[in-house]
Design a protein around this ligand. Structure first.
Ligand SMILES: CC(C)(COP(=O)(O)OP(=O)(O)OC[C@H]1O[C@@H](n2cnc3c(N)ncnc32)[C@H](O)[C@@H]1OP(=O)(O)O)[C@@H](O)C(=O)NCCC(=O)NCCS
Length: 165
């Protein structure tokens, strides 16, 4: 049998629906394992309801292959969207799905009045989408975090203060 070739650009993206929740849970389990609930990002997401208008799913032939979620919070007095989790199924990575989800979520956040997007992640990846740690050294997350992984885009001023609802 020939090896199965995965299309690199065969996915399409839809806004997250309530009915996507169980498929998303399965995808996040695959991507992060049980440790996902101990991450500081999870504490942020517990602060506020999910913003479905800025959260998206990527599909390939009816299968959920990626997702990104957004939560609206504040850093001090500045409204920000917190991005995460972001995950793509292992057999679909490196095809642009993750990047397309990040771009779509950031565009939706901006349309919803949140030009500033915050996340905890790897700068070498997220720098492709305009994120950096340049303005985040005074962001106080609700738990221990490597401050170099706290990244933001959409602000030329330092973000300062606790992350809160
Ligand atoms: C991070 C993730 C979402 C990227 O999804 P993807 O669909 O592969 O992303 P893209 O196709 O847009 O980009 C792939 C490129 O980013 C690179 N990349 C992926 N993760 C990276 C990281 N942590 N640091 C640096 N580069 C990374 C890949 O090597 C690839 O580079 P190439 O195009 O030069 O080969 C996916 O790897 C994943 O689900 N990982 C596990 C969960 C995770 O870590 N989520 C992010 C936490 S905030």
């Amino acid at each position: 049998m020939p090896p199965q070739i995965q299309p690199l650009d065969g996915f399409h993206i839809t806004p997250e629906q309530a009915s996507d929740a169980s498929a998303i849970e399965a995808l996040l389990d695959h991507a992060f394992g049980p440790g996902r609930f101990t991450k500081v990002s999870e504490r942020v997401r517990e602060l506020a309801p999910l913003r479905r208008d800025a959260s998206f799913c990527a599909w390939d032939s009816g299968r959920l292959v990626g997702c990104v979620r957004m939560t609206a919070v504040r850093v001090g007095d500045t409204p920000v969207m917190f991005l995460g989790p972001l995950a793509v199924e292992a057999d679909q990575r490196k095809g642009g799905t993750g990047g397309a989800l990040v771009q779509r979520a950031c565009t939706a956040a901006e349309s919803a009045g949140f030009p500033v997007v915050l996340l905890v992640g790897d700068e070498p990846y997220f720098t492709h989408f305009g994120f950096s740690s340049a303005q985040t050294s005074a962001v106080a997350l609700p738990g221990p975090v490597d401050q170099r992984r706290v990244l933001a885009r959409g602000t030329s001023h330092p973000l300062q203060g606790p992350v809160r609802y």
